[in-house]
Design a protein around this ligand. Structure first.
Ligand SMILES: O=C(O)c1[nH]c(=O)[nH]c(=O)c1I
Length: 309
């Protein structure tokens, strides 16, 4: 079996990649993902200026997953763009993802205009769902603002663009959000970001410093919500808008379920943070074994084919 996949006009040898925020802060981390079995990588979400992020401890692993309130620490847009342009020379046959968001609407447009005017040939992931910048709501929970932002963006941005979404929890919100996204030539949507503002307690204390311990939840806790968002949008979106599935992937079986729900690419966050880049080889082999046992040759043989009772 092969786990190769396609997003927009781009082919990837493997349908696995990191989730933004994990193993993607600097060239050293990104190099490790390039040299792993991952099909591609996405950068840490970049802002116009570099940011130190929230006070530590700001990330904590638990038996069932993770909690984080990083606060968008990153080396700044220019650092990642420069590296991505260098990779276009050293790895001309590969396509990478550039995650970004402005700290204001003006900044978001400034960032995307810089990408549009640059020689970047990869795919841009606009993060509409960072849950950890105090005072900043998750953009994608405000569908009116999201529609206005995308309308303005697509008036000048002509390169491949997708959006990173927070989880939605109401069928009516799936309907309303899908109706907005279907208005735009999006290359993909990525479901889901961490489940915002959970709380993890050990003994009598929170485990992270920012926001009195409130942070985005990842890992095993979130797979049912991730799968529901992948499948809800798969059923509602124009087939030209691909789905990236993120959330709760520990094994090949979890990845199989994301693809069954309609995902064309699967991102790994918490598991990658815990296990390191060798997780890509393990999970790829586990998925291939499942496909071989079931007689599926490519992921298109079962993508989106979730059975109902
Ligand atoms: O706190 C973060 O940096 C962060 N953490 C997340 O869990 N998701 C995000 O999109 C971001 I931008």
């Amino acid at each position: 079996a092969t786990t190769k996949t396609k997003i927009g006009d781009f082919e990837f040898e493997n349908c696995f990649m990191n989730a933004a925020g994990v193993y993607c802060y600097d060239k050293n981390e990104l190099e490790q993902v390039i040299n792993s079995q991952a099909g591609t990588f996405v950068t840490k979400t970049a802002t116009l200026q570099s940011r130190p992020g929230n006070p530590e401890p700001r990330y904590h692993d638990t038996n069932l997953g993770s909690i984080n309130s990083m606060g968008l620490p990153n080396l700044g847009f220019d650092y990642y763009l420069e590296y991505l342009l260098e990779l276009q020379k050293t790895h001309p046959d590969r396509t990478f993802f550039f995650s970004l968001v402005g700290m204001s609407t003006e900044d978001t447009h400034a960032l995307l205009k810089k990408v549009q005017e640059s020689d970047f040939k990869g795919i841009t992931e606009l993060n509409l769902s960072c849950p950890n910048v105090p005072g900043k709501p998750q953009i994608a929970y405000d569908l009116e603002t999201t529609e206005k932002l995308l309308t303005d963006i697509f008036s000048y941005f002509k390169k491949p663009l997708g959006v990173k979404l927070p989880p939605y929890f109401d069928i009516v919100h799936f309907d309303q959000a899908a109706a907005v996204f279907n208005k735009f030539p999006l290359t993909f949507i990525n479901c889901i970001n961490s489940i915002g503002n959970g709380l993890v307690i050990e003994d009598e204390s929170v485990v992270i410093k920012p926001k009195n311990g409130f942070g985005g939840i990842g890992g095993e806790y979130i797979k049912p919500t991730a799968l529901a968002n992948v499948h809800a949008f798969y059923k509602r979106l124009n087939p030209s808008i691909k789905i990236i599935g993120t959330g709760g992937v520990l094994t090949g079986q979890d990845a199989f379920e994301h693809i069954l729900c309609g995902a064309s690419m699967v991102q790994i966050g918490t598991t990658l943070h815990k296990e390191g880049p060798s997780a890509f080889e393990r999970i790829t082999n586990e998925l291939k074994a499942i496909m071989d046992k079931k007689g599926y040759k490519t992921i298109e043989d079962f993508r989106g084919k979730l059975k109902y009772l």
